[in-house]
Design a protein around this ligand. Structure first.
Ligand code: KG4
Ligand code: ZN
Length: 369
């Protein structure tokens, strides 16, 4: 089954064709970073206008790259939440048009679950082998920082999330304080490479470090806004340059990574996870990837980090996840609505190994009849 995926939730216009949820036939991403650069962040109406301009050419390029035509598509999957409403509306309206023209099933995908699915693209055994479960997944992006548990039958629960800024937001706001530009993650990462993370001591919120006990309900929650304030104080009135800037970037990045790694593996130990998944834009960060790898080695837990090209926003993860919703008949079609918010009632994930096997069994039983 060929699924055309469309993603317009924020500042990337993306389209992809994925066969059977596994085989990536094409992926095209058009970034709007330049259009928003002067504003220090993403302007929703500007994003919508750019999506409107770019989506047609991006979808055409994705079809061309897949060497298939619109008539070869079996379904359309589109990000419908969470995200910027004007931006989401463009993608969903466009997807409805394509689905209506081709009489195709249309499914709205939660962007957050799309990010999660990028790990399933990297490690297809997650689709096939229940022995990898339960999972703990860290979704770390500009919009989200959350820890999920996923059982083999697809039951999914958020066990911790940020109480204020997301990790990517902490990178972006930190970069703004340091006068670096947007998006902040790659810029801070680059500076941090030549810096000394021990050059400054930044706070690690809600970890129990520094003598403050962590309340039970905050055990797996995050908070990054205090870190941002600490950076503001460390900088004073003028952002430094040269080595002091490198050291600040390295220490700031280390504070974010330290908390992400610690909480992810605490949650993994808590639920006796057999695998840890890491995805979302911040998972591009090489220092985070190394730290997660080291910790997974110590904890003897399997680790799957999404490939860097599928960490930041893309439509492969949407088309891939979409396949499983279509396959199990969970499509809203023309009733697909947009929402700015994450819906934490994910229901059963149709791509978890147990859910998949169960549904395949039902499919083959239905075929036999
Ligand atoms: O997943 P994504 O493309 O969009 C959202 O769904 O939010 O993530 C974008 C976020 C931005 O905050 C960006 O600064 C961060 O991911 N990011 C990084 C890196 N590359 C992107 N953060 C740290 N290090 C990176 N190399
Ligand atoms: Zn994203």
């Amino acid at each position: 089954m060929n699924v055309l995926g469309i993603e317009t939730s924020c500042d990337e216009t993306a389209a992809a064709v994925v066969a059977d949820g596994r085989h990536v036939l094409s992926s095209v991403v058009s970034s709007q970073i330049a259009a928003h650069a002067g504003y220090g962040g993403v302007v929703p109406e500007l994003a919508a206008r750019e999506h409107l301009r770019n989506l047609g050419p991006v979808v055409a390029a994705a079809l061309r790259e897949s060497r298939l035509g619109a008539c070869d598509m079996d379904a359309v999957a589109v990000t419908c939440r969470p995200g910027l409403i004007p931006a989401l509306l463009v993608g969903v309206a466009y997807a409805k048009g394509i689905a209506a023209a081709g009489s195709l099933p249309l499914v709205g995908i939660d962007h957050f679950l799309g990010h999660l699915y990028s790990c399933f693209l990297a490690e297809p055994q997650l689709l096939d082998d229940s022995a990898w479960y339960p999972l703990v997944a860290a979704v770390v992006s500009g919009g989200h920082t959350a820890l999920l548990t996923v059982q083999a039958d697809g039951t999914t629960r958020i066990v911790g999330q940020t109480l204020d800024d997301a990790a990517g937001e902490a990178f972006d706001k930190g970069a703004r304080i340091l006068n670096l530009g947007y998006p902040g993650g790659p810029l801070i990462e680059r500076l941090a490479r030549q810096g000394d993370p021990a050059g400054h001591r930044f706070p690690r919120a809600l970890t129990g470090c520094g003598g403050k006990p962590v309340r039970g309900e905050d055990r797996f929650n995050f908070s990054f806004s205090g870190l941002k304030t600490a950076l503001l104080y460390a900088v004073g009135t003028t952002p430094p340059s040269g080595q002091p800037l490198h050291d600040l970037a390295a220490a700031y990045q280390a504070a974010i990574i330290d908390v992400l790694v610690r909480k992810t593996f605490d949650a993994a130990a808590h639920v006796s996870a057999r695998a840890v998944l890491v995805c979302g834009g911040v998972a591009c960060n090489a220092a985070l990837r190394t730290a997660m790898n080291e910790r997974a080695g110590e904890a003897k837990v399997r680790l799957v980090i999404a490939p860097a090209k599928y960490c930041t926003d893309n439509a492969v993860m949407i088309a891939g996840a979409g396949y499983h919703y279509v396959r199990t008949g969970r499509c809203d079609g023309m009733e697909t609505r947009v929402s700015a918010r994450l819906d934490p009632a994910f229901g059963v994930l149709p791509f978890a190994a147990g859910a998949w096997v169960q549904a395949s069994g039902e499919d083959s039983a239905a075929d036999a009849n």
